[in-house]
Design a protein around this ligand. Structure first.
Ligand code: AMP
Length: 221
């Protein structure tokens, strides 16, 4: 059986983290989020974290070679053998090409690219109210999906915080970066016959259903 390797493509705030969490839980896949790895490095004050910080704070992308090397190391670990969900990578055409190279060397491949479509206005309102658990990274929204007790994660009791880059100025910069550098990947992977487009707006449970259906169909191919 080949591994169920999935890429989640979509703007910042389109729900990639939430969908990845569900896919991993239901289908026993491993969540690989480049944003989470950068934030972990930032927290631990590693050299990589310090390098990434300036880019992240400005809503820009960390250089391709740095990011691709980090992903190469992560995908070489044995836990991804049954399959992984890539969240936030690739974000540029050179990163997509690096990913093909990384997977070829591992004798592996991508099964599906799930493209989550959400309008820009919705993104801005989602990100400005987003809160994240410091311990388990579970996302919340102050209005659309608040925690039962303000500031405390329902799942693990961790502290909820607002990401530094979820302020309005950086959100606008991140959206511009997305449209310029990442959205061309939709066409790139469509040509490869891998894209399944899903509507990312509407009740979260319905979006999760759509994502799971797309992933299960890819697994059955
Ligand atoms: P995210 O959590 O996916 O929204 O990522 C947060 C920030 O981390 C981005 O705005 C970038 O600065 C950086 N980052 C995450 N993934 C990548 C990537 N694939 N390439 C370059 N920078 C990235």
């Amino acid at each position: 059986m080949t591994a169920l390797n999935i890429i989640l493509l979509g703007a910042p705030g389109s729900g990639k983290g939430t969908q990845a969490e569900q896919l991993c839980k239901q289908l026993e896949l491993v969540h690989v989020s480049t944003g989470d790895i950068f934030r972990e490095n930032l927290k631990n004050k590693t050299e990589l974290g310090q390098l990434a910080q300036t880019y992240m704070n400005e809503g820009k992308l960390v250089p391709d070679d740095v990011t691709a090397n980090m992903v190469r190391d992560r995908l070489a670990k044995p836990d991804v053998q049954k399959g992984f969900v890539l969240d936030g990578f690739p974000r540029t055409l050179p990163q997509a090409e690096s990913l093909t190279d990384i997977l070829n060397k591992l004798n592996s491949q991508i099964k599906a690219v799930i493209y989550i479509k959400v309008a820009d206005e919705e993104i801005v309102s989602r990100l400005s109210g987003r809160r994240i658990c410091r311990s388990c990274q579970k996302p919340y929204h102050v209005i659309f999906s608040p925690a039962a007790k303000e500031g405390v994660c329902d799942t693990c009791g961790g502290e909820l915080y607002q990401r530094d880059d979820d302020n309005p100025t950086t959100v606008r910069a991140r959206l511009t970066t997305y449209h310029q550098q990442t959205s061309p990947l939709v066409e790139y992977y469509t040509k490869a016959g891998l894209v399944v487009e899903i509507e990312g707006q509407g009740p979260v449970a319905e979006v999760i259903d759509r994502t799971l259906t797309a992933a299960r169909q890819a697994a059955a191919k």
